[in-house]
Design a protein around this ligand. Structure first.
Ligand code: NAD
Length: 510
């Protein structure tokens, strides 16, 4: 479907996609929670929300489903996720387009988000045959010690607007193969893509046939509904993605009831460009990392340290890229930068730019761009030259602002690099092996993601994703992140005729 050719509204196109994917129309037309497209500012839905009591009921249903699902062999559980991957492949164009409509992503990034969902499904299918535990040498004769990994329970998923569906899939695919049920509270800014994803999973469930009812639940609502999930005693793990402000509330609440938390919070990511860097490569990586997704990725490049010896070669070229980058309607143009999510994001950006100026910052870009949609908030990405880190540089402003600062001492720049509260992603551009290895060493970058000669954003699903410090410490997606979704039992089996106690303890009762 091509809205330019058919000249239909964004709302009509969203409705057509939802209908095609089999979403019940009443769910997004007869409710009281409005949803808007950042592309035009148009209202695209009136969502039916769940009450706190309904949310609790759905959690109970998911708990009942878990009790049956945990007994299904893991490779068979993998079959459901394989079918989900197939359904996502079939729906890729439609769901990708809906991501663009609802989150404002450019076309290739909307599609890329769905590709990421497909990738994690493939990964999880393989993993469903690899949920290994260890066998461990015991100190007692005639004994065997081993680990068994068991399903955990209901996994709560809270997601942010900027990856409206990929984050759900990272958690859902792993949780489902691990034998857990899932309850998802998507961002109130992107509920339509959540309805669509649930409908796609429903198709996979129908083809699978005998999965327990209620295995996957959706809670449309605001933060209060998220709180029901966080506080519910039958949810042993909540994976929450969003701002550090949200994590500061959610983390202690989960800790209070001894539930597990995977916290995936804000980032304030930096790059370092060293004297030996390939500047052409660095330029492209910086441009994508800082301006891509209109600066609305948790891994967006926000701080750039450039060695004094290459500053005058790199920064003027970077400024030129900022001035010439295409900003526009992601549905009707091939622009590289789409809209900000809403007015609050625009206001936050302008406030940070004003503060940066008051700290001596020199600004290129940052102004609003008229793309013909009065209610859409489009901006030229901003490059702000600063002499050093100050004021807003220490904060994550969820908009395309790149603070650029010169450096001359490698040890000092590593300290500056790590001197912010968040610890998500980082990168260094260098051909000097001593610098790159040092950046990756124990006294190098303190982030969960540390890259060499690629940007801070655009992670693959194969690695564990997450960050340290105020990013929350959670890990999801690849590597061994699955372990958080299961409970580990250590089993010691005595096949001897004696009962030796560990550590040589004797306790003879006669
Ligand atoms: P947000 O914190 O406003 O909302 C995120 C989600 O949390 C929403 O679903 C919201 O309803 C819910 N929520 C908020 N307060 C809650 C509470 N007290 N209890 C339960 N639920 C609550 O974030 P946002 O504006 O949607 O997203 C942008 C932020 O998310 C940025 O800070 C970005 O860096 C971060 N983010 C992090 C990652 C990561 O993996 N580290 C990924 C994407 C986005």
């Amino acid at each position: 479907m091509n809205i330019a050719a058919k000249n239909i509204s964004v709302a009509a196109e969203a409705a057509a996609i939802l209908e095609k994917l089999g979403v019940d129309k009443a769910l997004y037309t007869q409710g009281d929670m409005p949803s808007y497209s950042p592309v035009t500012g148009e209202k695209i839905g009136n969502l039916k929300t769940v009450s706190a009591a309904e949310a609790a009921e759905r959690i109970e249903k998911a708990d009942a489903a878990y009790r049956a699902w945990r007994l299904v062999p893991a490779p068979k559980r993998g079959e459901l996720v394989r079918l989900l991957g197939e359904e996502l492949r079939a729906a890729k164009d439609d769901l990708g387009r809906l991501v663009s409509i609802e989150a404002g992503k450019i076309r290739s990034e909307g599609l890329g988000e769905v590709q990421e969902m497909i990738d994690i499904c493939d990964f999880a299918v393989g993993l469903s045959r690899q949920l290994y535990g260890l066998t461990i040498a015991t100190e007692r004769p005639g004994h065997r010690m081993m680990e068994t990994w068991h399903p955990l329970g209901v996994v709560g998923i809270i997601s942010a607007f900027n990856f409206p569906v990929a984050v759900w899939s990272w958690n859902a695919a792993l949780a489902l193969i691990c034998g857990d049920s899932i309850v998802w509270k998507p961002s109130e800014k992107t509920p339509l893509t959540a309805l669509a994803s649930q409908a796609i999973l429903d198709r996979a469930l129908a083809r699978f046939g005998d999965a327990p009812e209620g295995l996957s639940q959706l809670l449309i609502g605001d933060r209060a509904i998220g709180e029901v999930l966080v506080d519910h005693p039958k949810v042993p793990l909540v994976s929450a993605t969003g701002s550090t402000r949200m994590g500061r509330d959610v983390g202690p609440r989960l800790a209070k009831r001894f539930a597990r938390a995977i916290l995936e919070l804000g980032g304030n990511n930096a790059g370092i460009v060293c004297p030996s860097a390939d500047l052409d490569m660095a330029l492209r990586a910086i441009a994508f990392g800082a301006m891509g997704t209109a600066g609305q990725r948790c891994t967006t490049l926000r701080r750039l340290f450039v060695h004094k010896s290459v500053y005058d070669q790199l920064v003027p070229r970077l400024k030129k890229a900022y001035q010439s980058v295409s900003v526009g309607d992601p549905l009707q143009s091939s622009a590289l930068v789409g809209p900000l999510i809403d007015k609050a994001a625009f206001d936050g950006m302008q406030k940070a730019i004003a503060e940066a100026k008051s700290h001596g910052g020199s600004v290129t870009g940052g102004e609003r761009v008229d793309v013909g949609h009065a209610d859409g908030f489009y901006v030229k990405p901003a490059l702000v030259e600063m002499s050093k880190q100050a004021g807003p540089v220490f904060e994550e402003t969820f908009a395309p602002i790149l603070y650029v600062m010169p450096y001359d001492d490698f040890d000092a720049v590593l300290e500056d690099h790590n001197a912010v509260a968040a610890g998500l992603s980082s990168s260094i551009f260098t051909r000097d092996m001593q610098e790159s290895e040092r950046f990756l060493a124990a006294d190098g970058s303190d982030c969960g993601i540390a890259n060499v000669n690629i940007g801070t954003s655009g992670a693959e699903i194969g690695g564990a994703f997450g960050g340290e410090k105020e990013t929350g410490g959670g890990r999801e997606s690849g590597s061994d992140a699955w372990r958080a979704y299961m409970r580990r039992a250590t089993n010691t089996v005595n096949y001897s005729k004696a009962l030796p106690l560990a550590q040589g303890v004797s306790f003879d009762i006669e």
